[in-house]
Write a protein that binds this ligand. Sequence first.
Ligand code: G3I
Length: 458
Amino acid sequence: MRRPLPWITAFALLLGAFLIPHSAYAAQTLDSLAKAKGRYFGSATDNPELSDTAYTSILGSEFSSITPGNSMKWDTTEPTQGGFNFSNGDAVVAFAKAHGQMVRAHTLVWHNQLPSWVANGSWTADTLNAALKNHITTEVGHYAGQVYSWDVVNEPFNDDGTYRTDVWYNTLGTSYIANALTWAHAADPNAKLYINDYNIDGSGAKADAMYTLAKSLKAAGVPLDGIGFQGHLATQYGFPSGMQANLQRFADLGLDVAITELDVRMVLPSDATKVATQNTYYTNVVNACLAVSRCVGITVWDYTDKYSWVPGTFSGEGDATLYDANLVPKADYDAVVAALGGTTSSPSPTTSPTGSTSCKVAYTANDWGSGFTATITITDNGPPLTAWTLGYGYAGNQTLTTGWSGNWSQSGKNITVTNASWNGVIPTGGSVSIGANFSYSGTNTAPGAFTLNGSPCS
Ligand code: G3I
């Protein structure tokens, strides 16, 4: 009997073989938009989060792929030598199967999250090689046919491009990298095998070191399929220079490239400038990936601020992900949707007007937690008006209940107000005040951009 195609292989073939038209999908999601571009859009996740049903409903519907943040790392899977435990990783794989998702498996050889028997063992090259081979053969064998790819080697370089002096390098030199890839390939010949690192997204010494390594591994016929660019960005450090060209030079070696751990953190508190920068960075990353045909997909390092690793590692920083801590999509989500060619119901954050002098809008909200009264004062600094239409958008789920001093309507996240019969005339320098009540849940962020008769206001 012919063996059925493993589900993951079928998915990968579907992804790689042709572009799926967006109209084929009932609803626009990051998954459907990315697939329409021949890519996947994934998220990291972790076992404790899988019991949060509000979280898993988005994880299961918006994303094409998931990556276990911790549960396939060595300290979890082989805490004692030869004592393997795959229960947490199995739970992540089961979630992916139940939701038709790929798994980017992470990670086999890393300096971090090693059990002490590995990190502090008394090794010779032979005994460490044997332990490494057994770990890789057992873990990759366990998941063979169930995962799309493996981050086989994680973070082998220091930021200056020298090799990280961890137990692997100190005991084995650089040989562990080719060996790990070779052993992983033997255990699952269909899995795409990656080396993954941070601060290699743009040009620089560390990216050059990875390029030299990748080139030499390919030349030696080592089974390396791709390079993972983690993409842990921060608004205060600028966008990586030459990201698209950097991805392209690795692709030109005959490798897949992928953004594997994207997030864009900021120093808190957030403000409009930082959010605009963050939106631009998310847009730039998507654009860079779409511009490189061998960039196969993007994974965010969890999709919500509720479960982001950032605040626990970088004190005073956060707000790094696509959804806020209440699981409400942020402007970053809209930025990604727009870059993937989708439609956004709120004004595109990347095209937000910088303001003009022809009109000015003052907005205040009297908020009682589940609702608020918005008071808006429009000042006409241009020619006199005889009729006006005000437009703006909310980022969250704010819902209009009643408005006054104008004709209020809502379409998705967009609010439109036309003048009442008695306040259409605004002389130059004159003002009109209007108001409305809204209900909401989650975060009530003030709108950032207004238009009057189609022109942006300051
Ligand atoms: O499981 C223990 C728990 O028993 C204990 O009570 C608790 C106390 O701190 O710690 C828990 O372990 C934490 C583990 O996550 C699971 O939640 C560790 O302290 C914590 O350090 C660990 O952080 C992980 C980090 O890697 C470790 O380096 C993050 O969740 C994970 O998202 C992060 O992922 C890495 C990628 O693997 C590689 N690239 C960078 C990325 C971000 O650091």
